[in-house]
Ligand binder design. Structure first.
Ligand code: UGA
Length: 436
């Protein structure tokens, strides 16, 4: 099939390359011309395992093209996928301006029937607004005949950064929200070659499914973090508790890792947007307010733990391992690590930081006084404490005797419980995890 994808962020680029791999002809469109030029030269705009290789392969097969000229590629499009950003607005609501701008350019340029698929995460009711915009722009330019032939479908994306390609090819489910059996069959065919059950439902249910999934996962994280806080006060160990409750099939083992709370470009934004959407509909979604509050408090708790142990942060030399919002990504959006580094720096700590992938992005937002180094051991040299803020597995491979020799004080504050099972006390470290 001929596909046009508008937006080359995580969702758009991964889906575009994934669909190209399935054999479709894909045109990826973005208004950011420098991004398009870089993609054209084979440079992905962000780090994601396997993405660079897939980009080169798909460019070699000719299955994917990158362009800023939407009119040109719409001429052949059978399916148009909207994957633009929906960043948080001032009150936590999703900002839909990119989506509506894209809808308008479809309305202005499309000259034949097509299915418009919304992959961006959007509040319930948005798909209907998108199709209304497209049709009214078409009517304004005298194409009343065409407007009923353009159909809408909601196919939300559930991929995780760090395993996005894997998730695209092996989703737990493919949700297809549409009003029509034929559209469902076409979109089912679009996903031929992808594993996972297909679920047909209304557009509204599909939109809500995406928010509900992210909000539920965020709730699980806040819940286990609250248990961690109780464990610290009662002498329990959250790792044992998480293992025990995770074996209950009704609960499941995933998203029960206590730590610094959730970050990234999705959970914070989507939980707030769902709460905001509920409020607009006259419903106070109290559970989500508690989830957000618990998440914010988790970072604060960690900060206080470090501060109260070191007594005074001013002039204290601290090593930081990890800046990305989670491992396997260079993304620092709403990263707990970045937030904590900024707070510690504001209190006068001297910070030496290391991250395997996120240092270039972090340099753009962190103050000049923070030192960036090339290895975890370089960060630890002369440090009075080590803070682990992102769960990169490579940190587990460090030589503990070398680390011990490098540090002035052998204190480790592990915000991710990454080293909790290694019994670092036996090497002479003072180890502080979360909820253990
Ligand atoms: C999340 C969802 O997992 C995807 O299904 C969804 O498609 C995506 O948002 C989106 O809406 O686009 P992502 O933000 O890439 O994916 O990352 P996650 O792996 O879900 O992690 C989110 C945050 O929760 C990270 O900060 C992570 O460190 C934290 N987390 C995760 C925990 O603190 N504990 C856990 O047990 C799991």
């Amino acid at each position: 099939m001929n596909i046009v994808i508008i937006g080359t962020g995580y969702v758009g680029l991964v889906s575009g390359l994934g669909l190209a791999k399935l054999g479709h002809r894909v045109a990826c469109v973005d208004t950011d011309e420098s991004k398009i030029q870089r993609l054209d030269m084979g440079e992905p705009p962000f780090f994601e395992p396997g993405l660079s290789e897939l980009l080169h392969d798909m460019q070699n097969t000719g299955h994917v093209v990158f362009t800023s000229n939407i009119a040109e590629v719409l001429a052949d499009a059978e399916i148009i996928i909207l994957a633009v950003g929906t960043p948080p607005g001032r009150n936590g609501e999703a900002d839909l301006s990119y989506l509506f701008t894209a809808a308008e350019s479809i309305g202005q340029n499309l000259e034949h029937e097509a299915i418009v698929v919304v992959k961006s995460t959007v509040p319930v009711g948005t798909n209907r607004q998108v199709i209304d915009r497209i049709r009214s722009v078409m009517k304004e330019r005298g194409r009343d005949d065409l407007s009923p032939l353009v159909q809408i479908a909601s196919v939300p994306e559930f991929l995780r950064e760090g395993s996005a390609l894997q998730d695209f090819m092996n989703p737990d489910r493919v949700v297809i929200g549409c009003d029509d059996e034929i559209i469902f069959m076409i979109l089912d065919r679009l996903h031929d070659g992808i594993n996972g059950p297909r679920l047909m439902m209304s557009v509204e249910s599909a939109e809500l499914s995406k928010y509900a999934a992210n909000a539920f996962l965020a709730t699980k994280i806040s819940f286990i973090n609250e248990i961690a806080n109780i464990a610290e006060r009662t002498g329990g160990n959250v790792l044992d508790v998480a293992k025990s409750i995770g074996l209950d099939k009704r609960i499941g083992p995933h998203f029960l890792k206590a730590g610094l709370g959730y970050g990234g470009s999705c959970f914070p934004k989507d939980v707030s947007a769902l709460r905001q959407l509920a409020g607009v509909k006259g419903y106070d979604f109290k559970l989500l307010s508690a989830v957000i509050e618990a998440n914010n408090r988790q970072r604060e708790n960690f900060f206080k733990k470090v501060e109260s142990n070191l007594v005074n942060l001013k002039g204290r030399k601290l090593a930081v391992w990890g800046l990305a919002f989670k491992n396997n990504t260079d993304d620092i959006r709403d990263s707990a690590a970045i937030d904590l580094v900024q707070r510690l720096y504001a209190r006068g700590a001297e910070l030496v930081v290391y991250d395997p992938e996120a240092m270039a992005n972090a340099r753009r937002v962190l103050p000049d006084g923070i030192e960036f180094v090339a290895t975890p051991i370089d960060a630890a040299r002369g440090a009075e404490a080590l803070l682990i803020l992102t769960e990169w597995p490579e940190f587990r491979g460090v030589s503990w005797p070398t680390l011990l020799d490098s540090m002035v004080e052998p204190k480790i504050f592990d915000g991710r419980n990454l080293l909790a099972d290694l019994d670092l006390a036996k090497w002479g470290f003072e180890y502080h995890g979360v909820g253990i």
